[in-house]
Design a protein. Sequence first.
Length: 500
Amino acid sequence: MPLYKVKVKWGKETFNDVEVDTDEIPMVFKAQLFALTGVQPDRQKVMLKGSTLKDEEWGNIKLKDGLMMLMMGSKEEDVPKEPVQKTVFMEDLTENELASALDLPPGLTNLGNTCYMNATVQCLRTVPELRESLKNFQRDFKADRTITSSQSITLGLYDLYDRMDSTSSEIPPLGLLQILHLAFPRFAEKSEQGVYMQQDANECWTEIVRMLQQKLPAFKDENSSESKASTSFTSFIDQYFGGTLDVVLKCNEADSELETYSKESFLQLSCFISQDVKYMHSGLKLRMQETITKNSPSLNRDAQYTKTSKISRLPAYLTIQFVRFFYKEKESINAKILKDIKFTMGLDVYDLCSTELQQKLTPMRTKFKEIEDKKLLEAQDIKKSKRPIKENLSEIKTRKEPYSFEDDIGSNNSGYYELQAVLTHRGRSSSSGHYVAWIKKEGDNWLKCDDETVSMVTSEEILKLSGGGDWHCAYVLLYGPRVLEVELSEEEMEVTPLES
């Protein structure tokens, strides 16, 4: 009986003195290898000097004692099972399928130089309270009311946002565009070729917000007593986008003339750009102290005044416009200032506020500092002790502190903001070029909304929008409130099982 003892190499393992009886069919030998390795015979590939062993016959394979044979194959439990649903790779997806998979918002079709409107719509959509206010307005709307321009634009924006919430596919915003053209005929101007002319995106932003200001009612805090609710806003826009300035006017040419005090409302702050301005904060400060010319009652003529402004009420959402365009009479165009003006992801406007408001902001700012100091100490402790960071940090239960004062819904109670949308312009004048919206998704992830094309970008790319060349330049920035998250105490967790 031809009986041999061979070696079998399988992966990193080698089995010595494995008996082979060539009077038996090779399947018997494979069954023996199965007992040693756990690899099913039909998964085995046994080779000797380039020849593969068959199941039923030995063929031309010649064996001898001590011969090394190679076996390939995996145990059944080591082999991944075929997925029930076939794997689809990202490069094989259509644009709509990719947008759905990545949870991207739908793009908006450019209907002929309408990027200014598309970018505005995408930026404003990042305000959750605005979307809620639009839904409430639609529910309260009665068909027998007289339809005005503000009514039409408010309902048109609600309808567009409602459609954007229900799909990831590209949407042509034809309805809102037609309403905008009816309300503001200048946006319907056409070139000699019959194509809609490019418009200023900030003018579109301003007009849409102004229409919403007329129709969206203010939010009411059901949990606040009438005595605490000292604010008297009638408009949602004034509540969440509107701020107040304390203004002092001092005549530079008549020391005896008394200073005058007044208040001004704003829906945007302007960042003035001059030769000395390199940072947005510096441009905002220029807006807060400027020289103007007006009639002096004591001198009975025009005189120069120093106008000093301090913010006495901060809105939850702060809109900042970079004053990048100026009118050139010779060319009759709004020419663009391309200068690089740096802005930040986080914004602190404490130094722009009045003394009274600064005092009101201090308690919440102190809470922010306490939390930051605690995190810093914990990080230092972990570094010194060399102990691992807790794996269950994501399971820590927290609650979000209100970002508004108790008696002023829609305000900002800390002076801290976080950037959530940037509207940029690429080109040399406001009536040409191209507008794009860049909106924050989560963490370091942002979205570039270039009309119908929506793509992922990082915060690093956002900071490159500061200007300085022909690339996209920040034109309008939208900052939202920085929200403080506080870890729940054991007592709070027992009473209120909130999610983190």
